[in-house]
Design a protein around this ligand. Structure first.
Ligand SMILES: Cc1ncc(COP(=O)(O)O)c(C=O)c1O
Length: 326
């Protein structure tokens, strides 16, 4: 007797088991900007207080929503310069970025100040991957794992995830594994462009399966905290940002931000093949305050990824030390 069940095909070649069912209150999309868009579409706030100092891509999709975005600055302790009263209206929200993944104490302060149900935490630069005590928490796991796409929302709000799926693009990881960093970087940039143009999409099953296995083994990320501590021991006494982020033991660092006077420049590190990111250079000509500008112009964000052994780590320390002493 024929089996009426439709199958996409058995046998052929090995493949992942289907992804685990998503838990309640956890949504997977192709990027953090997609998460923000779908979340705000579901919440429908009238006014959203949004940081001036954050990657411009984050807001790109949400600008089409009928929301009055009001842009705020941060102070020298990474805290929003927004009054409690401004966000007290039930139609208002504030989005706070946990900068570099080392501002958990500030995120907690913001949640307490404005009321948890008025706050969305952007944990795109953190690898804690847990729900904060806020209306919603957004993550961008692709900043920590070898994935071309991925975004996560933790929220009790019911979010509509798009029906269409994104696609995974692994060519830059393949090239990097073969030792071709520069070619891999070119592919990475092309992949970022594709993601930017893709729009809000659900995370593909393949990426989701990879992400779930990475999340199951996220202890591998904790080496970042050890590197962070060692860099802080080495450079903390001259780091002008020291004291602004070390009041919390909850650190899930993306990088080690080192602000010096005189500053060393990211380009000189890159010449020595230490690939430090700048957050966010295209904001330099916008209406930022002195502190925010110093985070672009006088801060080098020492990388905590692609450090495979002690020799790599020592190379990083020696390179930075030699630039400081030159
Ligand atoms: C703090 C922060 N939030 C959000 C985003 C947007 O993340 P995604 O590229 O996954 O949309 C970025 C991207 O760099 C970011 O740095």
């Amino acid at each position: 007797m024929g089996n009426q069940r439709s199958v996409s095909g058995v046998g052929g070649f090995p493949h992942f088991m289907p992804p685990k069912k998503s838990q309640k209150g956890l949504y997977y999309l192709n990027s953090a900007r997609s998460c923000l868009y779908c979340l705000l579409k579901a919440i429908k706030p009238k006014t959203v207080y949004f940081p001036k100092f954050v990657c411009s891509s984050f807001l790109s999709y949400s600008l089409e929503l009928d929301i009055d975005f009001r842009f705020y600055s941060i102070d020298e302790n990474f805290l929003p310069l927004v009054s409690k009263r401004a966000v007290s209206d039930s139609n208002s929200l504030i989005i706070y970025v946990n900068y570099f993944g080392i501002c958990s104490a500030q995120a907690e302060y913001v949640i307490n100040k404005f009321n948890s149900q008025r706050v969305i935490i952007d944990n795109s630069q953190s690898y804690s991957f847990k729900k904060e005590n806020a209306l919603a928490t957004i993550y961008s796991p692709r900043k920590f794992f070898p994935l071309s796409d991925s975004g996560m929302i933790f929220s009790d709000i019911k979010v509509e995830v798009p029906n269409e799926f994104g696609s995974i693009n692994l060519s830059h990881f393949d090239k990097k594994s073969r030792g071709f960093h520069d070619a891999a970087y070119t592919d990475f940039l092309a992949c970022e462009d594709m993601l930017a143009n893709a729009g809000p999409l659900a995370l593909s099953d393949y990426s989701l399966r990879l992400l779930q296995s990475f999340l199951g083994d996220r202890k591998s990320l904790s080496i970042r905290e050890i590197f962070f501590k060692e860099l802080d021991e080495r450079f903390g006494s001259i780091n002008l940002l020291k004291g602004k982020f070390d009041n919390s033991s909850q650190k899930f660092p993306l990088c080690y931000p080192l602000q010096l006077s005189p500053a060393i420049h990211t380009s000189t590190l890159v010449e020595k093949r230490v690939f430090a990111a700048i957050y966010w250079p295209n904001l330099a000509n916008t209406d930022l305050n002195t502190f925010e500008l110093s985070l672009i112009k006088e801060t080098v964000n020492l990388p905590l990824s692609n450090i495979y052994d002690q020799r790599d780590f020592e190379y990083l320390i020696e390179t930075v030390s030699s630039l400081i002493n030159s």
